[in-house]
Each structure stands twice: as structure tokens, then as C-alpha cells.
Ligand binder design. Structure first.
Ligand code: BV8
Ligand code: ZN
Length: 236
């Protein structure tokens, strides 16, 4: 922990990649843990364009349920610590795979959302995208003023990440002196590849997780423990 604190003090540019683990202590189920959302294999079947085309009602019921769970969730000390870190480091980029909006709620300003947001919807007809906080939706699937069907503003499996967001994330990983990978199983690509990009560009890579992951043997330092506890200690 002391070494990482020292690296943090010395670093001018820091990039952070977060996954569902940083929201676990906010009561948001992770994807692949034992209480994982994916356990019933629903998520891999539902978070795809095909599933939505076949059964938009079922997919929307799942997202409506997740939005209702998220509406009760508050940022935890880990989210706040990252918002604080952004203020202290001259060149700081927060890249998240999460779609729960808790980083923004905790005060993080420039957040690169690789997989979109649970709170945004996009019209299949007129392509208009907007922020909708309403839970539950009056009708499932929700409709746009233009009459088109709305889809969740998230990136599904098999869908490309928003090009500009991915490019910004890749640039941040390349120019980081210190890269923190927090609360992700590093299973989903291309997000999981950012740690390798950082490492091959000369960054020190530190992982914070309660358990080892596929990345754990390629990184410089593994801090084992809940991010909600370790991150506040790291920036103390
Ligand atoms: C793409 C939004 C190409 C939706 C998500 C076969 C067919 C099709 C595609 C593929 C394929 N094989 C591989 C692929 C690529 C695929 C992929 O990677 N699949 C994986 C499953 C193998 N990727 C894609 O499809 C991506 N797109 O490749 O497009 C392309 C290119 C050009 C043109 C067209 C297409 C898109 C991927 C995005 C998918 N969308 N989410 C929704 O959420 O509903 S992914 C989903 O998984 C979430 O975003 C989540 O964040 C993400 C990753 O999961 P994690 O965040 O890591 O969460 P997880 O539960 O897994 O782990 C939690 C971790 O936290 C654990 O390590 C745990 O130990 C730790 N933890 C728990 N508690 C704590 C903690 N740590 C610290 N403190 C704690 N308290
Ligand atoms: Zn529309």
C-alpha cells in the first residue's frame, strides 16, 4: 500500500479502469460473482441486440428491474475516493465499464463510460438519445415521441463501443504513468485490454480487487480487499 501511495504521489498522469466491483458495496449486484446478475445466464442472453429484437419486453423488464435496484443505490467511499483523486492528480482519467452512474453521482467529472449508461435511452427510429430517470417506464417497451421504440443506452455484447469514448480511453491508458484496475474480473473486451495497453506503454499497473483475476499475474502490485475500504486508505 505504501509503495502505491508513493507511485500515486509521483504520478502526473493516472488512469483508472473500474468494473462492477466498485459498486458492490453500494448494493449493486456484480455480474459474475456468486450473487451475480449473470448467474441465471439471463444477462448474456439478454444484453444482446438479438435478444432485444426477439423479445424487447423481456429485455426491458430486466433493465427496468436493474434501474429500480440502482435507484436505491448510493455511491460508496470507493466512488468518493476516486472523485477526490481526480481533484488531486493533474492528469486524471476515470474509465468505467459500469452503467450505474454512481461515479458521476459521487462527483467524478470526466468519466469515460465504455458501456454506456443505464439511465440513457435511444430511439431505434429517430436515433435521438436522452437521459430518463423515470422508474418504472409507463409502457414496456417505452416509446419515443416519434412513435419509435426506445432501447437502453448501453453497449450490448457484439456491439461496438462508442468510437470516441474508446479512443479517449486508449489514449489515457497509453499516456498513464500509473494505471489502476479496480473491481473488474477482466473478462470483457476490449475494456479488459486497457491494462495491457497501459503496461506496454510503460505504466505501472496496480489492481484492487477482493480476489485474483486474469490480470493478476501481469501487474505490478495487487491490493487485495474491498475497494470501498482500500481506496480511501490509498488517498488518505
Ligand atoms: C465488441 C452493458 C466487437 C450492458 C456490458 C462472442 C460473440 C460476441 C462477442 C464476443 C464473443 N467473445 C468475445 C466477445 C467480445 C465480447 C466479450 O468480451 N465477451 C466476454 C463475455 C468474453 N465483448 C463485446 O461484445 C464488446 N463489443 O467486442 O464489439 C465489435 C467491433 C466492431 C463492430 C461491431 C462489434 C461489448 C462488451 C460490452 C458488453 N456490455 N455491459 C449491461 O450491463 O446490461 S458488459 C458488463 O460486463 C458490464 O459492463 C460489466 O461492467 C462488464 C464487465 O464485468 P465486471 O465489471 O468485471 O464485473 P464482474 O461481475 O465480471 O466482476 C466483478 C469484479 O469485482 C470481480 O473481479 C470481483 O472479484 C470484484 N469485486 C467484487 N466486490 C468487490 C470487488 N472488487 C473490489 N471491491 C469489492 N467490494
Ligand atoms: Zn424517435
Amino acid at each position: 500500500m505504501d509503495a502505491v501511495r508513493e507511485w500515486l504521489r509521483q504520478a502526473n498522469s493516472v488512469a483508472v479502469l473500474t468494473g462492477a466491483g466498485v459498486s458492490a458495496e453500494s448494493g449493486v449486484p456484480t455480474f459474475r460473482g456468486n450473487n451475480g446478475l449473470w448467474k441465471q445466464r439471463r444477462a448474456e442472453d439478454l444484453a444482446t441486440p438479438g435478444a432485444f429484437a426477439r423479445n424487447p419486453e423481456l429485455v426491458w423488464e430486466w433493465y427496468d428491474w436493474r434501474r429500480s435496484v440502482l435507484a436505491e443505490a448510493n455511491p460508496n467511499p470507493g466512488h468518493y475516493a476516486l472523485a477526490e483523486l481526480e481533484k488531486r492528480v493533474s492528469n486524471f482519467t476515470l474509465i468505467t465499464q459500469n452503467i450505474d452512474g454512481l461515479h458521476e453521482l459521487a462527483g467524478s467529472r470526466n468519466v469515460l463510460r465504455l458501456h454506456g449508461s443505464m439511465w440513457r435511452v435511444r430511439c431505434l427510429a429517430c436515433e435521438q438519445e436522452r437521459f430518463v430517470r423515470r422508474i418504472p417506464f409507463p409502457t414496456i417497451p417505452p416509446k419515443c415521441e416519434c412513435g419509435g421504440t426506445l432501447r437502453p443506452g448501453v453497449v450490448w455484447f457484439g456491439e461496438a463501443l462508442p468510437q470516441d469514448v474508446w479512443q479517449a480511453a486508449e489514449n489515457a491508458a497509453r499516456s498513464a504513468e500509473l494505471f489502476l484496475v479496480i473491481g473488474t474480473s477482466a473478462v470483457v473486451y476490449p475494456a479488459a485490454g486497457l491494462a495491457q495497453i497501459a503496461k506496454s506503454s510503460g505504466a505501472r499497473v496496480v489492481e484492487i480487487n477482493i480476489a485474483e483475476t486474469n490480470l493478476s499475474d501481469q501487474i505490478d502490485q495487487f491490493l487485495q480487499g474491498p475497494s470501498g475500504e482500500l481506496l480511501p486508505q490509498l488517498i488518505a
